[in-house]
Design a binder for this molecule. Structure first.
Ligand SMILES: *[C@@H]1O[C@H](CO)[C@@H](O)[C@H](O)[C@H]1NC(C)=O
Ligand SMILES: *[C@@H]1O[C@H](CO)[C@@H](O)[C@H](O)[C@H]1NC(C)=O
Length: 426
């Protein structure tokens, strides 16, 4: 893991996905809202603004350590569990090309079509440097490496990707995906069939659905603290006027970042004003660089002084845990000992947008009953320059990445069920 960022910079494609290892149990109950939502969807035709695709999410930050979404791909469509990653562009499946090295997955390997993407295809070009020459003009090889050290090597193919739109329409677009035949697991390995790339690049699934005119190039998610939640493509399931919007940076085009933020500790400035912050659904936890992490840790430790919490060195769930007089059963028992945090974006004459991080969005209760800090030292995993807002801190918020308007937005929300399309149509 050490020095993986340096390695990433040399890669054909620089991607960003950090996931943490915290057990691999998975409680994938089919959410009841899903049936309700998909059955009701077709009866309500939304306004001409367009349509959206809404999909249930499964999993949780702890103990599973990841969320996943199901897609049925191919002809006939077969199910795959994918890791929704706003930190990378390419969608790929573990693939029988045949597979040189595949990691254990919930479903049989994807059988690729013969519909190979050619080298001069714009999506192929978007995954390679400008001067890149393919070995074979009739195919497009790819290689992606993630910040946790994991990687996938393969070839791009086109295949059918059926989706149901909130307008009631069903579509079967032909999309470009990676057939990954050589995977290395990273430190945050998850037993999934592949990755769903949701980044800013043109290979991203949402960019492809948008270029086919099905939805606007907007992606969003809502992670529930009780597990699950939903993912959506398109712009007609939320009320834009209720969302806090901030422009995406024009300097860092590879990632979803509004640029620099200031860390706010319990409503007061920490003095740290230049945190480059990336929103990354592929990361379960939040990562701060050493200086910011140190400042946060000192603040928390000072604040805990005189309170009945002791550092729980015996609990190795996460790097820093504390135990109370009795084991904690829920975050509600422990949160009173901690203070809310926030990140403030925008400076000078621009209006500031605050991203609140309540106690529940940076703490977890471990299976041993201690309370652990879900903000980790990024420098330790090779992230020097970026700070990452991971799933833990995006819980119970609708987080929206609008590639049309080049803005990122958020809004406190109940993530247990999506708002209905017709509720917000104008
Ligand atoms: C679309 O909806 C139909 C009817 O509810 C369902 O049978 C089908 O599996 C759905 N397809 C997708 C891709 O979700
Ligand atoms: C964070 O990690 C770096 C690199 O391993 C280390 O030098 C530093 O001391 C750590 N910071 C804290 C506060 O633990």
């Amino acid at each position: 893991m050490k020095g993986s960022m340096a390695k990433i910079c040399k890669q054909i494609m620089s991607v960003f996905l950090v996931l943490m290892i915290v057990g691999v149990s998975s409680d994938d109950q089919q959410q009841s809202w899903w049936k309700w939502f998909s059955s009701g969807a077709s009866s309500s035709v939304v306004s001409s603004v367009g349509s959206s695709v809404v999909l249930p999410l499964y999993g949780n930050v702890y103990p599973s350590g990841y969320y996943h979404v199901q897609f049925n791909i191919g002809q006939p469509p077969k199910p795959y569990f994918l890791d929704p990653d706003t930190g990378s562009d390419l969608t790929w499946l573990q693939c029988d090309a045949p597979c040189i090295q595949c990691t254990p997955a919930p479903h049989p390997l994807y059988q690729p079509t013969n519909d190979l993407v050619v080298c001069k295809d714009p999506i192929c070009a978007s995954l390679h440097p400008d001067n890149y020459r393919c070995d074979d003009p009739d195919q497009c090889d790819y290689e992606v490496e993630y910040a946790d050290g994991g990687s996938s090597i393969g070839v791009l193919v086109n295949d059918l990707f059926p989706v149901n739109l909130t307008s009631g329409m069903r579509a079967r677009p032909r999309l470009t995906i990676g057939c990954g035949y050589d995977q290395l697991p990273g430190i945050a390995y998850h037993p999934l069939d592949g990755v769903l790339g949701l980044g800013r690049g043109s290979s991203s699934i949402v960019a492809q659905l948008s270029s086919q005119g099905l939805v606007r190039n907007v992606v969003g998610h809502c992670f529930s603290r009780r597990g699950g939640g939903y993912l959506f493509f398109g712009d007609d399931i939320y009320d834009s006027s209720k969302v806090i919007w901030t422009p995406m940076s024009r300097d860092y085009l590879k990632h979803y970042t509004p640029g620099f933020a200031e860390l706010i500790l319990n409503g007061r400035s920490s003095g740290l004003k230049n945190l480059l912050v990336v929103f990354d659904s592929g990361s379960s936890y939040t990562y701060f660089n050493t200086q910011t992490y140190q400042t946060l840790l000192s603040f928390i430790k000072k604040d805990l002084h005189g309170k009945p919490l002791k550092e729980a060195v015996e609990d190795d769930t996460l790097p820093v845990c504390w135990r109370g007089k009795k084991p904690f059963k829920s975050i509600r028992d422990a949160k009173k000992y901690f203070k809310p945090l926030a990140l403030s974006f925008g400076s000078g004459w621009k209006t500031k947008s605050q991203f609140e991080i309540q106690q529940e969005s940076y703490l977890i209760i471990s299976s041993k009953g201690s309370v652990c800090l879900g903000i980790l030292n990024g420098t330790e995993v090779g992230l020097q320059n970026y700070n990452i807002i991971g799933d833990i801190s995006m819980q119970e918020k609708l987080v929206i990445y609008d590639n049309e308007k080049q803005v990122i937005g958020w809004q406190p929300s109940n993530c247990d069920r999506p708002p209905k399309g017709d509720t917000f149509s104008m």
